[in-house]
Write a protein that binds this ligand. Structure first.
Ligand code: ATP
Length: 371
């Protein structure tokens, strides 16, 4: 087991900066998810930890060992870092059986045969592969193949697992199943794990903490609860959550309301005070609210009637358990998540309640959260 530490790490490819000023500490036994859109530098970060890529600037530690520091000319090659990588494409050896695929890393290290056999069976048991040990990869399903790839990674008992979108080739149902299995396995083994994905649901369900990246820069690190409920900026707020958070421009009014032109919403007392302290009275801000925090007003007892707004229903997407409702008020459009029983019809009007306790406000200039 090990801690992984990155200190002010940069990676440049020619003129292009793929990773910028990244400092991150992954704790012993932690499951850390690196989350961000395509091209944000997640894979490059993982490859630098693995030793497949050298940072341009900065230090990387695995445990207390400095494994990369270009300034000091230190670069420990991958095989001496004691990390195991699992990729999106599992790259099993097609001519070998499941048994031999899992045993392969130990054979390379000349581990005695009996010991190999014991460990292969132990890993196969853990991953539910015992019945499949004699099969070849082509005789397995996608999920089974992925488990073999995991088996091959865990049999070495590395200090750190590095996983790059390992579930993205699986169909939706299997992905959900493997998500839970992988998380359980990681808990059981207690191995520090760094997991790259662009899928926010995967990040939310699997990570002890999530590090959100955008354009090579770390945006926020926190527990799933923190990044969801206390996003530090509009990028994190908009990237996590589906459908995404609504962002509307508003002016802070001196009587304690947010003014959207077409309608107004009353701020809570402490929210108004924070805006006042930030000298934002009379200024424009970005108001953010998640679809699930806008209610069908006919379903709830509301204590703040001023925060009920009448809007036109543009589109209703019925998801079975709930409805995604696209609403419009003049030029202002937003999305709400209503319960299945809610009676809303396209083209009609609906009264909706904005739960201001759940509201976020961001600075319009730098897009950072004020609350
Ligand atoms: P994805 O989810 O699409 O894999 P990512 O977040 O993992 O994206 P990276 O693979 O880390 O992104 O790439 C970050 C940026 O660096 C991209 O713009 C990519 O084009 C660029 N990049 C990566 N490797 C190289 C390379 N060897 N040479 C030049 N540019 C590179």
């Amino acid at each position: 087991m090990a801690e992984v530490k990155l200190i002010n790490v940069w990676k440049k490819f020619g003129d292009f900066t793929a990773v910028k000023e990244l400092s991150l500490e992954i704790k012993d036994g932690e499951f850390l998810v690196l989350l961000g859109p395509s091209g944000c530098g997640k894979t490059t970060t993982l490859r630098m930890i693995a030793g497949l890529e050298e940072p341009t600037i900065g230090q990387i530690y695995i445990d207390d060992k400095l494994v990369a520091d270009p300034e000091k000319g230190i670069f420990v090659p991958p095989k001496e870092r004691d990390v195991a990588m699992v990729f999106q494409s599992y790259a099993l050896y097609p001519h070998m059986t499941v048994y031999d695929n899992i045993a392969f890393p130990l054979k390379l290290r000349k581990v005695p045969k009996q010991e190999i056999d014991r460990r292969v069976r132990e890993v196969a048991e853990m991953l539910g592969l015992t019945e499949l040990l004699k099969r070849k990869p082509r005789e397995l399903s996608g999920g089974q193949r992925q488990r073999v790839a995991l088996g091959r990674a865990i049999i070495r008992r590395p200090k750190v697992f590095l996983m790059d979108e390992p579930l993205s080739n699986l169909d939706a149902k299997l992905r959900v199943k493997m998500r839970a299995e992988l998380k359980k396995l990681q808990r059981q083994l207690g191995v520090t794990t760094i997991y790259v994905t662009h899928d926010q649901v995967e990040a939310m369900t699997m990570g002890d903490r999530i590090a959100v990246m955008n354009r090579g820069e770390l945006q926020q690190v926190g527990t799933p609860d923190e990044v969801y409920n206390k996003p530090l900026n509009t990028f994190v707020a908009g990237f996590i959550g589906s459908p995404p958070m609504n962002f509307l421009t508003a002016t802070v009014s001196s009587d304690g309301f947010l003014d959207f032109g077409e309608f107004r919403l009353k701020l809570l007392k402490d929210q108004f005070e924070v805006l006042e302290e930030n000298n934002l009275i009379g200024k424009e801000v970005i108001f953010g609210i998640r679809p699930e925090d806008i209610y069908d007003a006919s379903f709830i007892r509301v204590e703040e009637p001023e925060n009920i707004v009448r809007a036109k229903v543009d589109i209703v997407e019925n998801l079975g358990g709930e409805k995604i409702v696209h609403l419009r008020l003049g030029d202002i459009i937003f999305t709400a998540k209503f319960p299945q029983e809610s009676v809303v019809e396209e083209g009609q009007e609906a009264e909706v309640f904005f739960d201001m306790k759940k509201a976020h406000v961001f600075n319009k200039t730098n897009e950072r959260a004020i609350f």
